[in-house]
Design a protein around this ligand. Structure first.
Ligand SMILES: [Fe+2]
Length: 257
């Protein structure tokens, strides 16, 4: 990940805000919610202003004609942006090693809607002092997911980093931190409410969804179903990775015994 993250120079950042949220669901359900964006369109009115849900998979048979056109335009924009960003020294293309490495991860720099600068409600930078030595804020969002319990978004002006820690069988702690350039001053370079607004709202919406899943899984009528190959392939990889780690641990335990 070093070449992808280097332009954002994380050593020269500070934590602008940190927030802990107790989600009413277990760690597995919390992670599974994070690894699909099928729910984004209907549940994240703030996040889907800057974020194109197409970047995280979609079911082609569910799209109408105009949505299909939109998805094709998005694919062209993605290609063009990757070419331009990489030419400017910003690694951007997808790397997905979510289920074939012990330290499973995924990354890609994705274009954002509107001004294309940040995860904000007006899609523009929240912090006027950009990260590292960047001189262009229109860099979309670089996501970095790691197994088993984190995801991160790096924009030109700030980063949002997340980790999930299990508390008990029905509760998890989601810890979110917003990072800005170390010299950025609150109230001068950035407005805190604007910086954190989109993800504070999104986290609460996800927490509510995780709670519904936990309630559903607890019911006696619950039946498991297959994952969608179009919209839940990254959930499948999360589960694959976890099963692989358990099998490996089992083999090691047996070898010792
Ligand atoms: Fe979500």
């Amino acid at each position: 990940m070093a070449p992808y993250l280097a332009p954002h120079n994380l050593r020269e950042t500070k934590v602008a805000y940190s927030h802990d949220l107790i989600e009413p669901g277990n760690w597995k359900l919390t992670m599974e919610n994070n690894r699909e964006c099928y729910h984004c369109g209907a549940n994240h009115p703030e996040l889907t202003v800057p974020l194109f849900a197409y970047g995280f998979g979609f079911a082609p048979e569910e799209l109408d004609e105009s949505e299909r056109e939109h998805a094709a335009e998005y694919a062209c924009m993605l290609n063009d942006n990757h070419r331009d960003w990489e030419a400017a020294g910003l690694p951007s293309r997808e790397v997905d090693r979510l289920d074939d490495m012990v330290t499973g991860f995924r990354t890609e720099r994705l274009p954002l809607s509107g001004a294309g600068e940040s995860h904000t409600i007006d899609t523009r930078r929240a912090c006027n002092k950009l990260m590292g030595n960047l001189d262009n804020a229109k860099l979309g969002g670089l996501h970095f997911w790691t197994q088993p319990n984190s995801w991160h978004h790096f924009m030109g002006d700030h980063a949002v980093v997340f980790s999930v820690l299990p508390i008990d069988a029905e509760h998890s702690l989601l810890r979110t931190k917003w990072l800005v350039h170390k010299d950025a001053v609150e109230g001068v370079d950035y407005d805190l409410e604007n910086l954190i607004g989109v993800w504070m709202a999104t986290n609460q919406q996800d927490s509510d969804l995780v709670g519904y899943c936990q309630e559903g899984a607890r019911m006696t009528g619950y039946e498991q179903g297959p994952y969608s190959p179009h919209t839940e392939m990254l959930v499948e990889k999360f589960v694959n990775w976890y099963v692989g780690r358990m099998l490996s641990h089992l083999a090691e335990t047996r070898a010792v015994a």
